[in-house]
Design a protein around this ligand. Sequence first.
Ligand code: FES
Length: 123
Amino acid sequence: MYTEKVMDHFTNPRNVGEISDANGVGEVGNAKCGDIMRIYLKVEDDIIKDVKFKTFGCGAAIATSSMVTELVMGKTLDEALEISNQAVAEALGGLPPAKMHCSNLAADALHEAIKDYIEKKGK
Ligand code: FES
């Protein structure tokens, strides 16, 4: 039911943890299941130099969190803002329809973290 990529990112998630001096943090919760995802960004010159995540959620949520960190590492903020929930799911080779809502957390948390960074910068 899950692709190999999903299983890989679930069993061996990349970039797990916190960034103590993060300058952008985004948190979103999924009202359906109560799962929560937090993304930490370290941005320099509008480029994402480091990204980490903490997800209290299902396997699909952990896999999408892990994938989104890989997708945005080294990207500009504008490029990162273009990453959609759909793009994250596609990068994982797809998710079962019943699990598509789980992928919403990843891009949403990323976008929240970018918004937080921009607000802190006063831009
Ligand atoms: Fe909650 Fe997947 S069941 S995010």
